[in-house]
Design a binder for this molecule. Sequence first.
Ligand SMILES: Cc1cc2nc3c(=O)[nH]c(=O)nc-3n(C[C@H](O)[C@H](O)[C@H](O)COP(=O)(O)OP(=O)(O)OC[C@H]3O[C@@H](n4cnc5c(N)ncnc54)[C@H](O)[C@@H]3O)c2cc1C
Length: 289
Amino acid sequence: MLERLECFYQPATLRGALLLIRKVGRRGRIVAGATDIATQADRSTRFLIDITRLHLNYIHKGNGECSIGSATTMAELERSAVIRRLAGGVLAKAAAACGSIQNRNMATLGGNLANASPAADTAAVLLALDAKVVVASSRGKRKIALAKFHSGAHKTILNGDLLTEIAIPRLAAGARVGWSFQKLGRTETDISLVNVAAGLQADARGRIKWVRLALGAVGPTPMRARKAEALLLGKHLSEDLLMQAGAAVVQEVDPISDNRASAEYRREMSGVLLRRALRECATQAEVKL
Ligand SMILES: Cc1cc2nc3c(=O)[nH]c(=O)nc-3n(C[C@H](O)[C@H](O)[C@H](O)COP(=O)(O)OP(=O)(O)OC[C@H]3O[C@@H](n4cnc5c(N)ncnc54)[C@H](O)[C@@H]3O)c2cc1C
C-alpha cells in the first residue's frame, strides 16, 4: 500500500508543515495517528507528513468556548476533565467508543473528522455541539462550521489543507439540559452501524426550548436531523412525542447497505437510537415522560 513511499517527514513547526504540504502537493498525505491511513494510503502516496510534533494536542477552555487541537487523541479526550464535564460528557463518550484502547491511544480527533467516514463517532456529537473547525494552509487560517466541512462520503473541503483545531462554542446555560450519545455496532469496539447525538433543554413545564439531533452512518455524511428537531421544538416531552420523533428520523435518513448492515436495518435503528437518546436527555433534564 505504501510501497512507493519516498519520505516520512516530521516537521516541528506549523509553518514548516504547511510549506511541506504545499511543496509535495497531491503526492503527499498528512498523517496523525495513522489508524485510518495505514489501511487506506495507496501507491500514489510518495510522502507522509506527520503532524504529531506540531503541539496540536491540547484542550483549552476560555470564555465558554472549548478549543481542541486536531492531534488530540481519543484517549486524551476521554480522560480530560474539561471534556468529561462538557455537555454531559458526550464528546468523551464518543471518543471512548472509537475502537479499542490501543486504537484510541493513537487515533486523533482531527483524523476522525478529516477521514470523513460517515460513521465517524465524534462527528455526530460535534455537529450536535455546533462545532467549527480551523483549517490552515500556507495562505492563512479560516474557521468554518463543521456542518460545511464534509462534502460527501470520505470527502471534505480540505483539498490538502491542514485541520488544526476544533472549536465548540459556548453552550446554553441553565437548568433542565440533557445530552446523549448512542452507538450501535456489531461489537463494542466495532465501527458504528448507526450513531446518534442529542441535546436539549426543557422549560419548567417540560416543553422543549431547543433541541439538536445528529446522526452518523445513515447517509453520505454525518447529518443533523432538522425535520425531527422542528417536530420536537416547543412541544412537551412525552413517550408519544418520542415515537413521532423516531418515525420522523426514519424518514429523514438515507443509509446504504454494506457488509455491516442493510439500509433497512440502519433506518429502523435510527429511530430506536433516537428514542433512546431522547429518553436519556429527558432523564438528565429532569423531565418525566
Ligand atoms: C481497529 C480500528 C477500529 C476503529 N474503530 C473506530 C470506531 O469505533 N469509531 C470511529 O469513529 N473510528 C474508528 N476507527 C477509525 C480511526 O481510528 C479514526 O477515524 C481515527 O480518529 C483517525 O485518526 P488518525 O489520527 O489515526 O488519522 P490518520 O489515519 O492519521 O488520518 C486519517 C485521514 O485524515 C487525514 N488527516 C489526519 N489528520 C489531519 C489533519 N489534522 N488535517 C488534515 N488531514 C488530516 C489523513 O491524511 C488521512 O486522510 C477505527 C480504526 C481501526 C484501525
